[in-house]
Design a protein around this ligand. Structure first.
Ligand SMILES: Nc1ncnc2c1ncn2[C@@H]1O[C@H](COP(=O)(O)OP(=O)(O)OP(=O)(O)O)[C@@H](O)[C@H]1O
Length: 270
């Protein structure tokens, strides 16, 4: 395996895994693989850690094909085979289900169906963990989506336990900025499939990405500071809590707010 991408961001991945006890010895970890850059980078990094770190775990890759368009998965299959990660492709007519229901909440319905298929296949394969490719920019964008559209201070956690299905959902890239993954993909020659979803790039999340990019351009430490802030919440200075659930995010707000929506550092499960 080429290692020219260095180790500095690997420290962030290892730290997230340690901070949130993401992987236990002997675990079988299912990587949710879309073929996009984030989950392909995640597979690359986790297979490296499986081979070259003290962590002892095995990997499976699960790709949900939603039926948006015919896709040639041979490059993804070769990539997985080179890393000795079995690839499971789950085909389901999500696109047709969404078309039948109308477009209104296409992204959240797609994310829900996809998560259900991914988690149940992981469970059937005997996995204890499902790893997703969300990174630090996703964390920050989700925070802004909640702030602007739902009037709530929240984002998703790096790890949660889904007790209904008995699986740990982990996000080992939670501390890593997106641009680092983009350069890893280029430097390591990781194959990436083009997005086939017709809604890609049209969501409110894309608008949040612009806002985050704008702030970070002006204040280069912004992403790192944001992460620090999530671990440094001054609860006493927050206002009286009225309780109740925050308003739902609007249709098209994106797919990452899967309901694991607390601030970091509270009530963590292993
Ligand atoms: N079709 C799929 N099959 C399996 N897992 C998926 C699929 N789509 C997304 N995921 C998982 O959910 C994560 C978040 O999905 P989302 O669509 O928000 O991703 P993204 O930021 O575009 O990531 P990627 O670059 O990996 O596509 C992905 O990184 C991946 O781990």
């Amino acid at each position: 395996m080429r290692q020219s991408w260095g180790k500095w961001f690997l420290t962030d991945v290892k730290r997230a895994i340690k901070d949130y006890a993401m992987i236990a010895p002997g675990d079988k970890v299912a990587v949710g693989l879309s073929g996009g850059k984030d989950s392909m980078a995640l597979l690359y990094i986790l297979s490296y850690l499986r081979d070259y770190s003290h962590l002892s775990f095995s990997l499976e890759a699960i790709l949900v094909d939603a039926g948006w368009a015919p896709v040639d998965y041979s490059r993804v299959a070769n990539f997985c085979a080179e890393r000795r990660v079995p690839l499971h492709i789950v085909r389901h007519p999500i696109a047709a289900v969404i078309a039948a229901k109308g477009e209104k909440s296409a992204c959240s319905l797609c994310a829900k169906l996809r998560a259900g298929l991914l988690n149940s296949r992981a469970k059937a394969l005997g996995c204890q963990r499902v790893a997703l490719g969300h990174h630090l920019d996703d964390v920050i964008e989700t925070f802004f989506l909640n702030l602007i559209f739902a009037g709530s201070l929240r984002t998703f956690r790096p790890a949660v336990y889904l007790d209904r299905i008995g699986l740990h959902l982990i996000r080992p890239l939670s501390y890593v900025p997106e641009r680092v993954l983009s350069s890893l993909v280029t430097q390591a020659g990781i194959p990436v499939l083009p997005a086939v979803c017709p809604h890609a790039g049209r969501t409110q999340r894309a608008a949040m990405k612009e806002i985050v990019g704008f702030i970070a351009e002006r204040y280069p430490e912004f992403r790192r500071r944001f992460r620090t802030a999530l671990e440094n919440v001054s609860f006493n200075d927050l206002w009286y809590q009225r309780g109740g659930k925050a308003a739902k995010l609007p249709a098209g707000a994106g797919t990452s707010a899967l309901g694991e929506d607390d601030l970091w550092g509270e009530g963590l499960e292993p």
